[in-house]
Design a protein around this ligand. Structure first.
Ligand code: IMP
Length: 196
């Protein structure tokens, strides 16, 4: 079978998430480095903090203890300049409550549309303190929602390097060329494969 032996024995990263989109994006990035990804759904306390690194590290520490395995956890946020960085670390709550429509409404008549996504990937093993890897994508909030791929705020975010396409107009391989999450995961996996 073609896929047999594709991943060296033991090269696996346990990704704690309940978001299948995040997991699939991560799977594709890690596979390039011959690291297999396993999705772990573990109940963790959702801490509130202004800092996504702290959130990712706290969740990874709790999850590693609960399952007695080395794990990765990712926390991300959309930071809109004209809204002083809102929703930032509160992106999940804002997405659940006002969604992309609400963001477009808040940005109505706003010319300055710069925004960025930030991602923090925390790795933690039961024996060690967590460490964190970061990624960032610059872009802007589109004037209207476009595209139906991806998840979350993808339909209203145009990365600067994408010539006007929103994340939701990109297939995953293209989103992974530009995305905050892919950048943070690449940093993680380079460290992981050189350490273990
Ligand atoms: P989380 O706390 O890392 O799950 O992310 C917070 C929220 O930000 C999510 O609920 C999504 O709505 C949004 N988000 C995070 N990453 C992305 C992305 O890559 N594209 C679009 N929205 C995202």
């Amino acid at each position: 079978m073609k896929s047999k032996g594709r991943f060296p024995r033991g090269r696996v990263a346990f990704f704690v998430t309940s978001n299948i989109h995040k997991f699939n994006e991560a799977r594709q990035v890690l596979a390039k480095y011959k690291v297999a990804a396993a999705m772990l759904k573990i109940e963790t306390t959702e801490i509130q903090d202004d800092n996504i690194e702290k959130i990712a590290k706290a969740t990874a520490t709790e999850a590693a203890k609960k399952c007695s395995l080395p794990v990765i956890v990712e926390d991300a946020g959309l930071f809109i300049e004209a809204l002083n960085g809102f929703p930032g670390p509160y992106s999940s709550y804002v997405y659940r409550t006002i969604g992309t429509k609400g963001i477009l409404k808040l940005m109505k008549n706003t010319k300055k549309r710069n925004a960025h996504f930030q991602s923090a990937v925390a790795f933690c093993s039961p024996e060690e303190p967590p460490r964190c890897f970061h990624g960032r994508t610059e872009g802007k909030i589109s004037l209207e929602a476009r595209g139906n791929l991806g998840f979350g705020f993808d339909p209203v975010f145009e990365p600067s390097a994408s010539h006007g396409k929103t994340f939701a107009e990109m297939i995953m391989i293209e989103k992974n060329k530009h995305s905050h999450r892919a950048e943070a995961l690449r940093k993680f996996v380079r460290w992981y494969t050189s350490t273990f």
